[in-house]
Design a protein around this ligand. Structure first.
Ligand code: ZN
Length: 270
């Protein structure tokens, strides 16, 4: 499943090239998770102003309205001057004067949704409950600690919920908790200010390094493929059950929290 770093690298792969392009036509394929919400003809003639990211959504700003794109479980975007004829899993094409943006999504949990502006119900439904951006200036260590104090759930699940800080998926949550030395089962409300500050720094660190790693592969990125997976950061604990901790050599443990696998070092994480 594409996580925040993959979505950000996807954005970087085409945002500069599509900015300023005029839309020639749009094509929809099989139904996606949510309907486009407008006639494709409404997009023709519009100009793409730029591409932003909010959580795991890409926001393609038009001179009138915007498109909200989500990659779901298996979606990937490609932007190229010419695209081959659409295949069975190509469910959205946006043909522009600079090239065609295409969504390929075999499982169809992704979506492309039109909204007339960000305050419109279609946009608020998707973006309205998102927490702050982990890599943005609004993600502040003391505000983070204050938000955690109100939560009695285990910290790992609070990170995944996305309403305090957005886009910290399963892999990056496990890794950030290891870096911060915090056991994933710790109640969020019991994390001290010092440990919350350490976790805040760790979340930013793992995500920023993943974006950087993905960005370094961008040179030959005509495609930003979600399925090419994670940017091969050397995982400290994720998917390393039974293997020695890279710091203390204690075997890494695997547990299940909220139906998701969690990995941690019982010695380094308290
Ligand atoms: Zn350890």
């Amino acid at each position: 499943m594409p996580e925040l770093p993959e979505v950000e690298v996807t954005r970087l792969s085409f945002a500069d090239r599509i900015a300023g392009a005029r839309i020639l036509s749009a094509r929809t394929g099989k139904p996606l998770r949510w309907a486009l919400g407008c006639d494709t003809a409404r997009l023709t003639g519009r100009t793409v102003r730029g591409v932003r990211r909010r959580g795991k959504y890409l926001l393609v700003d038009l001179d009138e309205g915007l498109l909200l794109l989500h990659l779901g479980m298996s979606g990937s975007l490609s932007f190229a001057a010419t695209q081959p004829p659409p295949g069975p899993h190509d469910h959205f094409d946006l043909a522009t004067t600079r090239g065609t943006l295409r969504l390929n999504d075999p499982r169809r949990f992704g979506a492309v949704v039109y909204a007339s502006n960000e305050a419109a119900p279609q946009a608020v439904k998707l973006l309205g409950r998102l927490g702050v951006e982990p890599l943005g200036d609004d993600f502040d260590a003391s505000a983070f600690h204050a938000a955690l104090r109100g939560r009695h759930a285990p910290i790992k699940q609070v990170l995944l919920a996305g309403d305090i800080v957005v886009g910290v998926g399963n892999i990056y949550a496990s890794e950030a908790l290891f870096l911060a030395g915090i056991r994933p089962t710790t109640r969020a409300s019991r994390i001290s200010p010092v440990r919350a500050a350490r976790l805040h720094a760790a979340v930013r660190d793992v995500l920023a390094r993943a974006v950087q790693k993905g960005g370094s592969t961008l040179r030959d990125f005509s495609n930003a493929h979600g399925e090419s997976g994670y940017f091969q950061l050397e995982a400290q604990v994720y998917d390393r059950a039974g293997l020695p901790c890279r710091v203390c050599e204690t075997p890494v443990r695997r547990i299940v929290q909220g139906q998701r696998a969690t990995y941690y070092c019982p010695r380094c994480q308290r």
